[in-house]
Design a protein around this ligand. Sequence first.
Ligand code: GRF
Length: 203
Amino acid sequence: RRVVVLISGSGTNLQALIDAQQHDELGGEIVAVISNQPDAYGLQRAREAGIDAVALPHREYESREAFDGALIKVIERHEPDLVVLAGFMRILTPRFVQRFLGRMLNIHPSLLPAYQGLHTHARALADGAVEHGCSVHFVTEELDGGPVAIQAAVAIAPDETEDSLKAKVQAREHLIFPIAVRWFLEGRLRLEGDAATMDGTPL
Ligand code: GRF
């Protein structure tokens, strides 16, 4: 089973997926890593793991549609069973989402449906929330709104800072993302209509 990972940044989630693959715990192979940011450190992580690393700078395209069209081409060249968004900081066009619907997962740093969008840690702290976390979800046309597959929660300490909370949540991201990918590649986790299902049962 073949996985293509899209990134924009440091790629710590990508690293967790690479590590899982190297321990035979991913259920498939990462065949390419694509970044819209040419200097993303995650591309270096991919190269070090012997994975095809592709920079596709979105700035070189005149529109979102043109960029997504190019991205679709690069992805499809690698014939993936699953497309994984691991800190890919671009809003995708409906055409792109439809193309990979039901076979694209994203990790988001909140307990969805809470805190969709950016700056989730700061917003949770500002609200005085007692817990926060992360979610892996199927990507649909609603930004950060697709059906959730797995979540992990962390308690917010009284002296929590944005950085400490981010670190706590990221440690959980690195745990749950490889699990969700494995479930998908094993055929256990699926998108059926509007629902994520696990072994045929809606989550
Ligand atoms: C993660 O916190 C993820 O939840 C968010 O972007 C961040 C990517 O971090 N969408 P990294 O590149 O995997 O280190």
